[in-house]
Design a binder for this molecule. Structure first.
Ligand SMILES: Cc1cc2nc3c(=O)[nH]c(=O)nc-3n(C[C@H](O)[C@H](O)[C@H](O)COP(=O)(O)OP(=O)(O)OC[C@H]3O[C@@H](n4cnc5c(N)ncnc54)[C@H](O)[C@@H]3O)c2cc1C
Length: 394
């Protein structure tokens, strides 16, 4: 049986960078994923500038740029009579946001892991833990019809929304909120558009430039899900025509690539992020409505936090490691909670008079618009945005 310092389960935007960072610290790391390498996954692809800054620090930004995803340097947001234009760059050092295809992004991240010395194994489905002294001591997994085991001092679940590792360690859920939205999106060739958002009561449209196409995403209230899934084409068409008539006009002359893709399972939760000998990163430990497109960026934040915590432990000795993991869990909540709250507020898809008034005020001021863009980009928390914008408001 092979022995590693760390086994990471899930080789996408949470697990792959974490494995890379740990290997760069000199730890031996096994990265397992049950999926096939280089495959796509549900996502509208947008990485906030806060996330792009991690890609730069991890020395993979050039590879992500090379996938052909164009730089996104500003945001246009239209709601009611308001048109808010927030220019970039928003985050110190970062020059743009990007929306690479997930098959490209996750492959770049896996290649970086391999270059750092991580053993990356796809087609490996983790089904159980090995335990020793009441803590995980490795994993059992099935690959190519064979059962295998790997020992490790730390087991990390980066295995997404329906995390097996979270179940196996009995991580408990908290701050759970009911589902708010559901989403339909498609890829389009032939659009001339930047990064654009449109809102009307109960509807939201996002236009996101990716390599060789644009993603056009429609969001509806969760209460609409049954109706939307009955006739996705009509629901999508109605949403774009109502919330973003200008985009609807452009789509008439554009070509859709493939079918519409939908997702109603927009869960909102936290799960305990760590315990003795285990930790969760990314969607495995915390998920929120995808409307604010924070999942990839937040997975990067968590990978960075956990890697720093493990480095801070200074060794894999259990008591030192567990203290560091407890610190990671607390810091993850502190960092994720503000964006969780703001996402829950936006994903209700209400257009309130008070919010429109505030946005009108922001749109009229270049300084406030830039600040708004910085908050959307993740350069500051929603609370910091409120404080800074209050200081700019006479
Ligand atoms: C409709 C939609 C649109 C979205 N749009 C955006 C967006 O624009 N921007 C953004 O930042 N986020 C977006 N997200 C969220 C984002 O996709 C996720 O937050 C992100 O992928 C989480 O990364 P992760 O690495 O934690 O998990 P995942 O990307 O889900 O990866 C988990 C991996 O674990 C593997 N796995 C699972 N179980 C096992 C097992 N038992 N054994 C081995 N491997 C296992 C899976 O095969 C998978 O590859 C969107 C989500 C949805 C649903």
């Amino acid at each position: 049986m092979e022995t590693y310092d760390v086994v990471v389960v899930g080789a996408r935007c949470g697990g792959a960078p974490l494995a890379t960072l740990l290997a760069r610290q000199g730890l031996s790391v096994l990265l397992l994923d049950r999926g096939e390498r280089g495959t796509d996954k549900l996502s509208t692809l947008y990485i906030h500038q806060q996330g792009v800054a991690f890609l730069r620090d991890w020395r993979v930004l050039e590879q992500v740029r090379a996938t052909g995803a164009p730089p996104i340097t500003g945001l246009t947001y239209r709601v009611g009579d308001v048109e808010l234009r927030a220019p970039g760059p928003f985050v110190g050092g970062g020059d743009a946001a990007y929306a690479p295809r997930r098959s490209d992004l996750d492959e770049v991240l896996c290649r970086a892991a391999e270059a750092a010395g991580v053993a990356v194994v796809h087609g490996a489905s983790v089904t159980g833990l090995q335990e020793e002294n009441g803590r995980p001591a490795g994993v059992r997994y099935r690959r190519a019809g064979r059962w295998q085991q790997a020992r490790a001092g730390l087991v990390v679940g980066a295995d997404g929304l329906r995390s097996t590792v979270a179940k196996l360690v009995s991580s408990s859920s908290y701050a759970v909120h009911s589902k708010l939205s559901c989403c339909l999106y498609g890829y389009w060739a032939g659009l001339d558009a930047g990064f654009e958002q449109y809102q009307s009561d109960g509807l939201w449209v996002g236009v996101i430039p990716t390599s060789g196409a644009h993603v056009v995403a429609c969001y509806f209230r969760q209460s609409e899900f049954a109706r939307v899934r009955l006739d996705v084409e009509s629901a999508y068409d109605r949403c774009v025509r109502t919330a973003a008539p200008g985009v609807a006009g452009q789509l008439a002359d554009a070509t859709r690539i493939g079918r519409l893709i939908g997702m109603g399972d927009q869960q909102n939760y936290f799960r305990t992020a760590a315990g003795p000998g285990w930790a969760l990163v990314g969607d495995a430990g915390h998920h929120k409505d995808s409307l604010t497109a924070r999942g990839i960026t937040d997975a990067f934040v968590q990978a960075d936090l956990l890697a720093r915590a493990v480095a801070g432990a200074g060794s894999m000795e259990p008591s030192r490691l567990d203290a560091a993991l407890a610190g990671y869990a607390a810091e993850r909540d502190r960092r994720m909670m503000p964006f969780y709250r703001s996402t829950l507020a936006v994903a209700r898809l209400d257009v309130e008079a008070e919010r429109l008034k505030e946005l009108r005020h922001v749109a009229a001021s270049p300084e406030l618009s830039a600040l708004y863009g910085a908050a959307v980009a993740g350069a500051m928390t929603p609370e910091e945005y409120r404080l800074h914008s209050a200081a700019l408001t006479p």
